[in-house]
Design a protein around this ligand. Structure first.
Ligand SMILES: *Cc1c(COP(=O)(O)O)cnc(C)c1O
Length: 431
């Protein structure tokens, strides 16, 4: 299985964005994160085009920056006209520094600190998503001190059961994010916010989970939210005018994955919004979406060098690489599955099944178990696909392993966008 932008050249090497993966390793070292710029841009364009086509362009797509937050990545999505979501002051700092127009920034988080709220509002972010009643008063106060009226959305738990891992499922009532509908707390919070002069109650938001493969839960969530907006209008006379449907679209990690086409999803969800608004006599809201994984996930590949190979007869074969949970903690976190191949034998048949292990002092430090792969020898380059999202952004320095470099490739050219960490970086803050 290869993904968009990937191929096999005459040397039987994996190519990414037209670059020979072996040459990339020689030039930049391993482990190495590789991001294909054209793939990222294509995904951004598909989202935008679909909103233009199916919803008259009456919306905005935000890149969920937590998926991969560095200056060049944000510059790329910015140049495609997307906005950005930030969940922390650090993400906001990065997004602003990359030149994103603050009006196109949306702030999230279930426990934004006072400092974070102040930093966001002072920088005139377009929207803050209120996640807890305590934020209403705080936002109003800071906005007043800065002489502005702050647009806010309310994060709603629509009570949808999206079939995904429970750590990344966020739409049900037992969840640390947002306001439940069933208990009336969402309505209460909105009514309360309407009393404050420096808050503009723009609309509602939901994010039902991540790596979701069915369009039904998304459509159901949209329906629930539109009807909630209508209920609020009926009860208070106030009509909200924005609807943020979050992210969560699944991507291909292994052959088993069959992601929904997001243009198809946008077509279907647009129809539902129009239908429900007509039924309930609402003006069509400005629609927002917040994809993270589906923008950058499949655009990324991590390249490692294979080292020790331990074939335990009758048990399994461990192939250890020069990275692991420090650059990709998703396996140890939630047994995420990946596709691997030997980059220097990319066209060969996958005749082996191995456990790909990292180099950290944890038995759970694996990149995958039972992975079909070509015959591996020590010194081979191993490529793990679909590592663009939630890999670098979740990376750590456990065992004092420096974070790898990240290169962006495009049409056969490559450039470093994040430098490899040095040992000096590791002790920078030590006294
Ligand atoms: C994580 C997150 C997203 C992005 O989710 P993906 O699954 O990467 O698309 C969007 N919105 C919010 C509020 C999130 O927490």
């Amino acid at each position: 299985m290869l993904l968009e932008g990937q191929g096999i050249n005459a040397l039987n090497h994996l190519t990414i964005g037209g670059c020979d993966s072996l040459e990339l390793c020689e030039k930049y070292g391993t482990p190495l994160y590789v991001i294909d710029e054209n793939v990222v841009r294509e995904h951004c364009r598909l989202y935008k085009k679909s909103i233009d086509e199916f919803y008259n362009g009456n919306g905005l797509v935000f890149f969920a920056s937590k998926a991969l937050c560095n200056l060049e990545m944000i510059r790329v999505v910015n140049s495609e006209g997307l906005g950005a979501d930030s969940v922390s002051a650090g993400e906001l700092y990065t997004v602003l520094k990359a030149g994103m127009d603050s009006e196109k920034i949306c702030i999230h988080g279930n426990n934004k600190t006072d400092e974070e709220l102040e930093y966001a509002i002072k920088n005139r972010v377009g929207r803050i998503v209120i996640d807890d009643v305590s934020e209403i008063k705080k936002v109003d106060k800071i906005a007043k001190a800065n002489n502005i009226r702050q647009k806010v959305l309310f994060r709603i738990k629509p009570g949808i059961d999206a079939h995904t891992h429970e750590f990344i499922m966020t739409g049900q009532i037992d969840c640390k994010f947002g306001f439940a509908l069933e208990t009336g707390e969402a309505e209460e919070a909105i009514c309360k916010a309407l009393e404050y002069d420096n808050i503009i109650v723009a609309g509602v938001h939901c994010h039902i989970g991540s790596q979701i493969f069915e369009s039904e839960p998304f459509k159901e969530a949209a329906k629930v939210l539109v009807n909630f907006m209508a209920d609020i209008k009926d009860k208070t006379g106030y009509e909200m005018f924005e609807l943020n449907l979050g992210g969560g679209f699944g991507v291909t990690y292994t052959e088993k994955d069959d992601p929904i086409k997001f243009n198809k999803y946008i077509e279907e969800v647009s129809a539902i919004i129009k239908e429900e608004c007509a039924k309930r006599n609402l003006v069509l809201p400005f629609v927002m979406m917040e994809p993270g994984r589906s923008i950058v996930g499949t655009a990324g590949v991590t390249l490692y060098k294979a080292g020790a190979i331990k074939d335990i007869p009758g048990i399994r074969c461990y192939v250890s690489v020069d990275g692991g949970m420090t650059d990709n903690p998703r396996y140890i976190l939630y047994q995420a599955e990946y596709t691997a191949l030997v980059a220097n034998k990319a066209g060969d048949e996958k005749t082996e099944v191995v456990t790909l292990a990292g180099k950290c002092c944890e038995s759970g430090d694996l990149l995958g178990e039972n992975m079909p792969i070509q015959k591996v020898e020590s010194g081979d380059i191993i490529a793990v696909l679909t590592t663009g999202a939630y890999n670098y952004s979740m990376a750590s320095n456990y065992n004092r392993v420096p974070r790898p470099a990240m290169v962006m490739v495009k049409n056969g050219e490559s450039r470093v966008i994040v430098k490899r960490e040095t040992f000096e970086d590791l002790v920078r803050n030590d006294i």
